[in-house]
Design a protein around this ligand. Structure first.
Ligand code: ARG
Length: 476
């Protein structure tokens, strides 16, 4: 069946056909297109819009195609798209009556429906992968609640913390990525079918019925909107961009922390490569490539937003050009997510180095100032100044943080304010001990092992709750 033969007597040049065909990236909506046609035909039959026996023939041809797979179709670009290839197949199988399938339906509402069906499912896949990642991080965090490291601001030593506390930053970021995808999914889960080309149809179709048959949560209630909106793609790809951004931050830290200078971690050999000339090298190539691919996903987001911009209502063929960018963003995000999860699981944290760094460079200074506030009732700004000067003098004298004692603090206080402090030596030592400092951060979200364990348990509840929801959906 040649779509053009009615209106246009000449065929497109093969260049023009290839240029405009969506066949290549339509392959991913093949199964959704069968489902969509089945639901539509079933509804047409139930509504007595088309003869029941023709509907049955159409449905059995669609079932046959489903079992034969996409190879049974003629995917030549001259056929234009998967919808035409599918219709051609059904026509070849059952003859002219195949044409009833297209009553009250357009490729415009069909492609929007197919994309939503596929995307809904693929987001579900990414969400499941995210839960797996959260499991991994939480297991790792449980084993590292007392693994000391230094925390950074401005990439300068700031305060001591633990590897578990740091891992929970990743976990909470990824939890929000999960929630963002779940939220986008609500707007993906809307049924445009029945909008036909743009204004619905005069046939008495039952849009609620096709919505139900296809398992969509809601109907799109304006037909122009239904065929022309792709905000569901844009927001999904934004959620993927944000996810990629969060993953790239993990990758960046793995690259940095595995350097000789930081020396804090060892990435598994399976996620490293070596140099063709420098035999000593162990390079974090997987993390680097993941970091770079983030940019490709951002690129897809910008492409998608730019195609959408200023399009007049309703359907325009421009919309078709978004599809390959959506798939590319999905594929890259999914592979980045899984490889980053596996790579992070392969990481060994070097505990002694963590302690060494936490003790080396005055990361406990804030606690020393807090001690003065607590013990000597000094305003924090005054304490801040005394400790700041103490650090400068210690550096000038080549002293280690651990060598600061009560006497030294008195000397600095004397210089600055003309009086000593007289803080108990044991308290000074405690304030300078990274692990003691970590233990004091007991407020929710803090670095103490107990606060960290509490957050681990919140996140475990979240993961379990989401798994329950998925299971319930599956059993419905
Ligand atoms: N292949 C098109 C797309 O992906 C669907 C067909 C609509 N084509 C048309 N000429 N109205 O959007």
């Amino acid at each position: 069946m040649n779509l053009r033969s009615g209106r246009l007597q000449d065929s497109m040049t093969s260049d023009a056909a290839s240029f405009t065909s969506s066949m290549e990236f339509d392959k991913r909506i093949f199964r959704a297109d069968i489902k969509c046609n089945m639901a539509h035909t079933t509804m047409l039959k139930e509504q007595k819009i088309i003869p029941a026996e023709d509907a049955d023939k159409i449905i059995s041809a669609l079932k046959k195609l489903e079992s034969e797979g996409i190879e049974a179709l003629n995917l030549d670009p001259s056929v234009e798209d998967i919808h035409m290839a599918l219709e051609n197949y059904v026509t070849k199988e059952i003859g002219e009556v195949a044409g009833f399938m297209h009553t009250a339906k357009s490729r415009n509402d069909q492609v929007a429906t197919d994309l939503r069906l596929v995307l809904k499912e693929e987001i579900e896949g990414i969400k499941a992968d995210l839960l797996r990642f959260l499991d991994e991080i939480l297991d790792m965090a449980s084993q590292n609640t007392e693994t000391i490291m230094v925390g950074y601001t401005h990439l300068q030593h700031a305060q001591p913390t633990t590897f578990a506390h740091h891992l929970l930053a990743y976990a909470n970021e990824l939890r929000r990525d999960y929630e963002r995808l779940a939220d986008a999914q609500k707007r993906v889960d809307m049924c445009p079918l029945g909008a036909a080309a743009l204004t619905t149809t005069s046939f008495p179709i039952d849009r609620e019925r096709t919505r139900e048959l296809l398992g969509f949560e809601r109907l799109m209630e304006n037909s122009l909107d239904a065929v022309s909106s792709r905000d569901f793609i844009a927001e999904t790809v934004f959620a993927l961009s944000m996810l990629a951004s969060n993953l790239s931050k993990i990758c960046e830290e793995l690259v940095l922390w595995s350097t000789y200078e930081f020396g804090m971690i060892e990435i598994g050999n399976e996620y490293s490569s070596t140099s063709s000339i420098m035999p000593q090298k162990k390079n974090p190539d997987v993390a680097e490539v993941a970091r770079a691919k983030t940019g490709v996903i951002y690129g897809e987001l910008v492409t998608i937003m730019t195609i959408l911009k200023a399009l007049p209502h309703s359907y325009n063929r421009d919309l078709q050009e978004m599809t390959p960018h959506l798939w590319n963003a999905m594929d890259i995000a999914a592979s980045m997510l899984n490889i980053t999860c596996d790579m992070l699981s392969s990481v060994k944290f070097k505990k002694e180095r963590g302690v060494e760094l936490a003790e080396a460079n005055f990361s406990t200074a804030t606690e020393l100032a807090d001690l003065m506030v607590r013990e000597k009732n000094l305003p924090f700004r005054v304490a801040h100044q005394i400790v700041g000067r103490t650090v400068t003098e210690a550096i000038d004298h080549g002293m280690k943080p651990g060598e600061i004692d009560s006497k030294f603090l008195d000397k600095v206080s004397m210089e600055l304010r003309g009086k000593t402090l007289g803080i108990d030596e044991a308290l000074v030592k405690k304030a300078l001990d990274p692990y003691e400092v970590i233990k004091t951060r007991r407020v929710i979200g803090g670095s103490s092992p107990e606060a960290v364990r509490e957050v681990i348990s919140h996140l475990r509840d979240f993961v379990a709750g989401e798994r329950d929801k998925i299971q319930q959906k599956g059993s419905n």
